[in-house]
Design a protein around this ligand. Structure first.
Ligand SMILES: [Zn+2]
Length: 401
């Protein structure tokens, strides 16, 4: 918005850009929008670029697909999603992808599978027992230091950034000391008394929760893939894997049904502290917690996703833009429905009421648990109606099927 260009300057600059490499019309539109050109000017310039063959979406798609297969070793679905995110229309993308020789895909796939095979074989033994069965013994162990030490050897999968001293508040005020003395806080998982520097969870329970680590590959992971072909998503992660009767399940239940909004804020702060060093929040211009209906907020007293967003915002200083979208009605309880019914149940329940709040921003949708993704697909497609918006997703739990 700050560096405004005249239409002729813009045309010159874009033509020079296209002379150097392939660009698609979506990218051109986005640049012109940022330069402050009106929609009419943008379309006029784009027409000229297209008629003079500077921009050709099919040619772009062909070279894009070729490069991603050859050099980035991407599979077909990932390329499809990337083309969609670039606003290449479906027909063009399909035609180009269909034109790729099957042997070419296979050639790429073979070494990739060979490389992944040992990792797939090992997975059950390394990650499964760590999550909840490791916990009771830790929790039962009386001394703090030995519990900490015993979790260390098998915590190799944890992010390197999870060093607890970093997450401590710099000073502990007299007030918090007094408060802790009068009303000692307990770990929400094992019930042990919390140290002054611990928030909501003791160190042992915190380290034992099954993290997804998806922020390390936020554009392509198991969660991101459930949105492919549904809405274009930039980055995608869940803090933990969620199972109904696990410790993560207990935390989420406390947050959603047992009047513990502070659990949301504390976990929001934790995820933000862990994810920030990886650049997960870079470029994000607003947090949008999944809205509830007014009635639901009044009954519960709070919106759990807003509480999570509050924790994230306190660390990252990214603003919360709750007012942009409203939930028009609340679908009936989803727990007894098949994924397909759930999908239908939330379609159209959100309405973009203040697009000006989010225009041109990269918005992070914040949710408590993701199961089928239907709620976020519905919310995301509404948010994407605002001009120049990109969407990313972050939740506390991911309930993998
Ligand atoms: Zn604990």
């Amino acid at each position: 918005m700050n560096n405004e260009l005249s239409p002729s300057q813009a045309l010159q600059r874009l033509a020079a850009l296209c002379a150097k490499g392939e660009h698609c019309s979506g990218e051109m539109r986005e640049k012109m929008r940022r330069w402050g050109l009106t929609e009419e000017e943008r379309e006029k310039i784009l027409d000229r670029l297209v008629s003079q063959k500077y921009v050709d979406d099919e040619r772009f798609a062909r070279s894009f697909v070729h490069d991603k297969i050859r050099y980035n070793k991407w599979g077909r679905r990932k390329i499809e999603q990337a083309l969609w995110a670039k606003h290449i229309d479906r027909q063009t993308a399909q035609a180009v992808l269909d034109g790729v020789d099957d042997r070419e895909y296979l050639e790429i796939l073979r070494p990739l599978l060979a490389g992944k095979y040992p990792a797939i074989k090992q997975r059950p033994t390394t990650s499964v027992p760590r999550s909840s069965s490791a916990l009771p013994s830790d929790a039962a162990s009386p001394s703090n230091s030995s519990a900490g030490a015993s979790t260390k050897p098998d915590s190799t999968a944890l992010p390197a950034t999870l060093t607890l001293p970093q997450t401590m508040p710099p000073t502990i005020s007299l007030w918090s000391r007094m408060f802790d003395l009068l009303a000692p806080r307990a770990c929400q998982v094992c019930g042990r008394r919390l140290a002054m520097t611990e928030e909501c969870l003791c160190t042992a329970c915190n380290l034992a929760l099954p993290r997804t680590g998806y922020h390390q590959s936020a554009r392509d992971n198991e969660l991101a893939r459930i949105f492919w072909g549904r809405i274009p998503v930039e980055k995608c992660s869940s803090f933990f894997f969620y199972h109904p009767h696990s410790d993560v399940g207990r935390l989420i239940y406390l947050l959603k049904y047992f009047d513990h909004p502070e659990v949301g804020e504390d976990l929001g702060r934790l995820v933000a502290q862990e994810y920030q060093p990886s650049g997960f929040f870079d470029g994000i211009g607003g947090l949008l917690p999944v809205p509830l209906t007014r009635g639901r907020v009044v009954r519960r007293g709070y919106n759990q996703s807003v509480e999570i967003a509050r924790g994230i915002s306190s660390v990252t200083h990214i603003p919360i833009l709750s007012g942009a979208v409203r939930r028009t009605r609340f679908a009936a309880s989803q727990t007894h429905k098949t994924p397909w019914e759930r999908n239908e149940n939330v379609a159209g329940v959100f309405r973009l009421v203040r697009p000006s709040l989010i225009v041109g921003r990269h918005i992070l949708l914040v949710d408590d648990i993701i199961t089928t993704g239907a709620t976020l697909v519905s919310l995301g497609s509404e948010v994407l109606k605002a001009e120049g918006v990109k969407v990313s997703i972050l939740s506390l739990g991911f309930s993998k099927k």
